[in-house]
Ligand binder design. Structure first.
Ligand SMILES: Nc1ncnc2c1ncn2[C@@H]1O[C@H](COP(=O)(O)OP(=O)(O)OP(=O)(O)O)[C@@H](O)[C@H]1O
Ligand SMILES: [Mg+2]
Length: 338
């Protein structure tokens, strides 16, 4: 299911929590919405999940307008929406299976059908045989798995995740993101992932919107945004990107730094150009020398994005030509202080 928003606004008193937001969330993808605390992420997700009405603006699920539905239709529509949260929001008085059963009980599903579906869902989230477990005996990762199973119980078209991994350690985060990616593909879901962690966007999302003070400051394919971040907020998020712990894999995300000094230029190159000997070619053509200070490669949406921090030494017109040649080769060049 595709979701589109047109000029959404929501104010609380004098505070403009969501300010003129227009976004298109394609179907069958994981769409990330990232922003710092207070940026308006949760407010936006409450609007598009129909928990709260906007002051103005329109929301469409495919071609159907949904922000102004009458109450009974709203309830029916909300049943086709799954949600998960940072703090899981499970009933501690119910065991795992009873938590998963809850939305089906509300929807009036027959008891036997509920039981079958609960077993199926426990299996899907990797908790087969754990249905009778009291919630208090489960780890955070397992609780989120129960919450995911519960969110999927009534076969939703869309799953909203508000900081779903923020309370989890890096390895558990990884396993939950993998589960969500698998489920997205298996069930043709649209997933909207609200987060303040760029790692989550990098590892799970295909598209991303960056929010600041209630407005979208950048939007696009994750790969494009990583290769050529436009807003200061995005650059800030990328600069603070921490590698997720992957004990069984070589850690590729660590930036290797040879020197703390210098490094006026940041070069970002993606995909096919990553391994190419562009720098040595340019060094031969122009009277410049590259002095590399730091570098690293990151895996983004299954593609490599390389970053090199370097100085380019030479007469200024030769440096300008070298920079132009880098840009022509598809490399993004950022110069400090420019
Ligand atoms: N019900 C409310 N009443 C008054 N102000 C609110 C309400 N909900 C949100 N706000 C305010 O709107 C702004 C955006 O809040 P929101 O919860 O959407 O941010 P967020 O991006 O989800 O932040 P966080 O990362 O901390 O969860 C904040 O300044 C918040 O205080
Ligand atoms: Mg929030």
């Amino acid at each position: 299911m595709r979701i589109s928003m047109k000029q959404l606004n929501r104010t609380y008193g004098s505070l403009h929590a969501v300010h003129d937001i227009s976004l298109n969330i394609p179907s069958n993808t994981i769409y990330g919405i990232i922003g710092k605390s207070g940026a308006g992420k949760s407010t936006l997700v409450r609007l598009i999940s129909l928990l709260e009405r906007p002051d103005s603006g329109e929301i469409y699920y495919d071609d159907k307008r949904v922000d102004n539905l009458p109450k009974d239709e709203l309830i029916a529509q909300r049943r086709k929406i799954g949600m998960i949260f940072q703090n899981f929001n499970l009933f501690s008085s119910r065991n795992a299976a009873e938590n998963i059963a809850y939305p089906m009980e509300i929807a009036g599903v027959h008891k036997e059908a509920i039981n079958t579906r609960v077993e199926e869902l426990l299996e899907v989230v990797g908790l087969a045989g754990r249905g009778k477990a009291p919630i208090s005996t489960l780890s955070g990762g397992q609780m989120q798995r129960v919450a995911i199973a519960r969110a999927l119980a009534n076969h939703p078209d869309v799953l909203f995740c508000d900081e779903a991994t923020s309370a989890l350690d890096p390895q558990t985060t990884r396993s939950i993101l993998t589960l969500l990616s698998d489920l997205q593909k298996k069930m043709n879901l649209s997933v909207v992932m609200i987060t303040h962690q760029m790692e989550v966007v990098r590892d799970a999302c295909e598209h991303v919107a960056v929010l600041e003070n209630g407005s979208v400051v950048e939007e696009g394919k994750v790969l494009d945004v990583f290769a050529a971040p436009a807003s200061a907020t995005t650059k800030d998020f990328l600069a603070n990107l921490a590698p997720l712990v992957e004990p069984d894999e070589v850690k590729r995300d660590d930036m290797v730094r040879w020197s703390d000094e210098g490094g006026r230029f940041t070069l970002r190159f993606r995909g096919d150009s990553t391994g190419e000997p562009v720098l040595s070619r340019i060094q031969k053509t122009y009277d410049v020398e590259f002095n590399i200070r730091a570098g690293g490669v990151q895996r983004v949406s299954g593609e490599d994005v390389g970053t090199l921090i370097c100085d380019i030494i030479g007469e200024s017109d030769e440096v300008d030509k070298a920079v132009a040649a880098l840009q022509l080769s598809g490399i993004l060049v950022e110069e400090e202080g420019q």
